[in-house]
Design a protein around this ligand. Structure first.
Ligand code: ADP
Ligand code: ASP
Ligand code: MG
Length: 255
């Protein structure tokens, strides 16, 4: 069985957290699964790169912005591969281009057209844990592209869809999806399950927990998503086809 696990920036913010992610990934591998890991850039790295660019050229060419921003995920993917290697397991990291994530040509907001994935399948066949840089691809014109802020979520679901995984786990800094952003609304309640349609409403209304395009892709391909905390073992929130009236609908009295 194949599982895709995505780790956001806070989950990879420093060496200790990267080592903790490595242990979690190895645990999954030991349970007998093939594991594909999608990583974001460490901590606030993408913001740091954006301000560097701003200091040099406020109106930088978008092509160069993509070259710059994709470097963030390269750092975290290679460090995670090293951390897994240090635990005695085989891992190999890939850029979006190396695994054939083909996008259109819109720099800084590209859309994925296709995932080739040959190198990923080959790495998995050799028993390796495959690590992929999120948020990036290569265009039909052979240029490096990015998918827009928060785009690693899209990479994770796209890989799950193209590789035929049934589930995709999204690890982040909160322990699931809440009725509102728990950092702003302390009374928000955590939901154990939510439908694709409800999650789409939340994402489209600006709750940045999950990129709306990732939710849409998951819904189209029936990939079950699970939003989980990277810092403990909580099951978090499952996002799948709804069975009856959910907690979310009751809370907001939706029809
Ligand atoms: P990552 O770096 O892991 O991708 P993000 O910052 O993109 O993490 O998304 C996680 C954040 O989403 C949380 O820290 C939280 O503040 C915010 N958030 C917004 N809406 C919600 C919600 N309804 N439930 C949970 N978290 C939410
Ligand atoms: N690193 C990118 C960002 O900060 C992509 C992501 O984290 O999903 O937007
Ligand atoms: Mg995010």
């Amino acid at each position: 069985m194949l599982i895709v696990q995505k780790f956001g920036g806070t989950s990879l913010a420093n060496p200790e957290r990267i080592k903790a992610v490595a242990r979690r990934v190895v645990r999954e591998k030991k349970s007998g699964k093939d594991v594909v890991v999608v990583v974001s850039a460490m901590g606030e790295e993408t913001d740091r790169l954006l301000s560097l660019a701003e200091a040099i050229c406020p109106n930088a060419p978008k092509r160069e912005m993509d070259m710059l921003l994709t470097a963030g995920e390269r750092i975290s993917m290679s460090l995670l591969a090293m951390a897994i290697h240090d635990l005695g397991y085989k891992a190999v990291s890939f850029t979006g281009s190396q695994v054939g994530i083909i996008t259109d040509t819109r720099h800084t907001r590209a859309k994925i057209l296709e995932v080739k994935g040959d190198r990923l399948r080959e790495a998995l066949k050799r028993g390796k844990i495959a690590i992929v840089a999120g948020f990036q691809g290569v265009s039909s014109e052979k240029e490096v592209t990015t998918l827009g802020r928060g785009g690693s979520d899209i990479t994770a679901v796209a890989l799950a869809s193209y590789l035929g995984a049934k589930r995709c786990e999204i690890f982040t800094d909160v322990d699931g999806v809440y009725t509102a952003d728990p950092k702003i609304a302390p009374k928000a309640r955590r939901l154990s399950e939510i439908s694709y349609a409800e999650m789409m409403e939340l994402s489209r209304n600006g709750f940045k927990i999950l990129h709306p395009d990732a939710v849409e892709l998951a819904s189209l391909n029936k990939i079950e998503l699970q939003i989980r905390p990277s810092l403990n073992n909580s099951e978090g929130t499952r996002i799948r086809e709804s069975k009856g009236q959910s907690e979310m609908r009751k809370t907001h009295r939706l029809k």
